[in-house]
Design a protein around this ligand. Structure first.
Ligand SMILES: [Zn+2]
Length: 519
């Protein structure tokens, strides 16, 4: 066997329930051997890069199955309101940023609905905090924007029924009025995003929307030898265009995909649709009305039958389809759409926050992947005070039922949904197995019946997400012949107290055989 280009020694190669190897050899971009230190040492030559794992777990690099990587990367330069639990704290952060930053627009993201009385901020408040330039502040879930009067003026819009609040497609339409980043700025943002991903052990990401526009950015990074993270790009499946226009869009997508066939760094093959919005703004689509006086069943973006027809047309042409579906009605619509599709395409439902009891077993039955983001179920104030009361106790008791989906034969793929929450695979694993906040609340876990085992949760972040992108033959396990995408951790995960998983740090990240992060 050839001399290794890189070798990792003295660790615990992740393989729960099996005998543990301690070392991995890499030859170029692939894993060439996995074994005991004694097996790997003879492959070390003078040019071999050696990493000492010091008893830490050697894990397949994380594969984030659902992320908005460009959006998250762009947002790194904006005001960050994530984690601010009170209106007071949000006001403080806005005032501080407003005083220290002088861009033509004040851009921010990450606010929780629960910080405001009634679960929504007001235009008056923002006008008071930012009186003299347009301000655009996105909610943490990216489904609502809070704007001031100067922003409405800049866009030539009159205040609506809820002035200063833009939901769903109204928000999407508003985006054209925002300052557009240049290509150079986008590349700089992506470089910063890729550094963060590498530091968290993330080797692959699956971008959940607007992939067509992003493809040239990743190609530009690769040309400069700066693409050190793998990306799979989803192209948009949009409502309201009619089946003929959708067929023409697929023609165009197939043309764009052609040059990326077999590409292990920039790939596609998947289209993404939104079946609904989010529970917090009452735009998630429900079978029965929302709890409380406001009622309503949410918003459908599609005419009856339209979503299924579009999904089936794409599936018949070989495309995988992923559908954002949060409310029980949207989840049912997505599953119904996939019922008539070829299961070999591995269609996916994204998020799955509150499915009807009778739909849980359908993931396994139909071979539909449950793509979920455990940090969304972190039982923080926003969940207890806005999300759960909007649904009422019966539906809230089925919140993010990943264990029930797994028990009934469904396959899980996990990701972060960054920038909705930070890219933090270890906090994600913590919520998946403990159903607690980062601070350990509540003591027994929220809906503890839905706790996964650590191996199940790690599987969903690695092999599960590889399966969800048709890449399980090259990603998700540490074996000879797989891509050399590896994270070396600061501890042995299997010996770590379950409540302390979130404190895990990455010591080194290798992607395609290249060391891309070292602590
Ligand atoms: Zn998303």
């Amino acid at each position: 066997m050839r001399t290794a280009s890189l070798a990792i020694l003295g660790g615990v190669v992740w393989a729960p329930g099996a005998a543990h190897a301690t070392a991995v050899a890499v030859d170029g971009g692939m894993i060439s051997a996995v074994g005991a230190d004694a097996d790997i040492r003879p492959l070390i030559g003078t040019d071999t890069r050696v990493i000492e794992a010091r008893g830490g777990t050697i894990l397949p690099g994380f594969n984030d199955a659902h992320i908005h990587f460009l959006m998250g990367s762009r947002g790194l330069a904006h005001l960050d309101l994530f984690g601010a639990e009170t209106q007071e704290e949000i006001e403080r952060r806005i005032r501080e940023f407003n005083a220290s930053n002088s861009a033509p627009w004040l851009l921010a993201r990450g606010w929780f609905y629960s910080a405001f009385p009634g679960g929504m901020p007001t235009i008056e408040l923002l006008d008071r905090l930012v009186p003299d330039r347009p301000a655009y502040l996105e909610s943490f879930d990216t489904h609502t924007a809070w704007v001031n009067s100067r922003a409405l003026e800049a866009a030539g819009l009159a205040p609506g029924a809820e002035p200063g609040i833009l939901k769903e497609h109204v928000m999407d339409d508003f985006e054209k009025h925002l300052p557009a980043p240049s290509t150079q700025e986008d590349l700089e943002s992506l470089r910063a995003g890729i550094r963060i991903a590498a530091a968290r052990g993330v080797a692959s990401v699956q971008e959940a929307s607007r992939g067509l526009k992003q493809m040239p950015l990743y190609e530009a990074l690769r040309e400069r030898d700066e693409l050190t993270m793998r990306v799979r790009l989803a192209f948009d499946m949009l409502p309201g265009i009619g089946i003929d226009a959708w067929a023409r869009a697929l023609d165009m997508y197939e043309e764009a995909a052609r040059t990326h066939k077999g590409d292990r760094w920039i790939s596609t093959g998947i289209v993404k649709a939104f079946a609904d919005g989010v529970v917090e703004s009452r735009t998630a689509l429900l079978l029965e009305p929302y709890a409380g006086a406001a009622g309503g069943i949410g918003q459908s973006r599609w005419e009856p039958g339209e979503l299924a027809a579009a999904a089936q047309a794409a599936s018949a042409r070989g495309w995988q389809v992923e559908i954002h579906a949060i409310g029980d009605r949207a989840i049912r619509d997505a599953l119904n759409a996939f019922e008539a599709c070829d299961p070999a395409r591995r269609h996916r439902v994204e998020h799955i926050e509150a499915p009807a009891a009778t739909d849980i077993a359908r993931f396994g039955q139909l071979g539909v992947i449950a793509s979920m983001q455990p940090q969304h179920a972190e039982p923080i104030k926003n969940l207890h005070e806005i999300w759960a009361p909007n649904l009422g106790p019966e539906r809230a008791a089925r919140g993010w039922p990943w264990a029930s989906i797994a028990r009934s034969g469904g396959r899980l793929a996990f990701g972060s949904d960054w920038p909705v929450v930070p890219i933090d695979p270890f906090l994600s694993l913590h919520v998946a197995i403990n159903r607690q906040t980062g601070a350990g609340e509540p003591p027994g876990g929220w809906l503890p019946d839905q706790r996964l085992t650590l191996p199940q949760a790690v599987e969903a972040w690695t092999a599960g997400s590889a399966y969800a992108e048709h890449a399980e033959h090259i990603k998700g396990r540490l074996r000879q012949g797989m891509l050399a995408d590896i994270a070396v951790l600061d501890r042995n995960l299997e010996k770590t107290v379950q409540q302390e998983i979130a404190q895990t740090k990455v010591e080194a990240t290798v992607v395609g055989g290249r060391l891309v992060f070292e602590r």
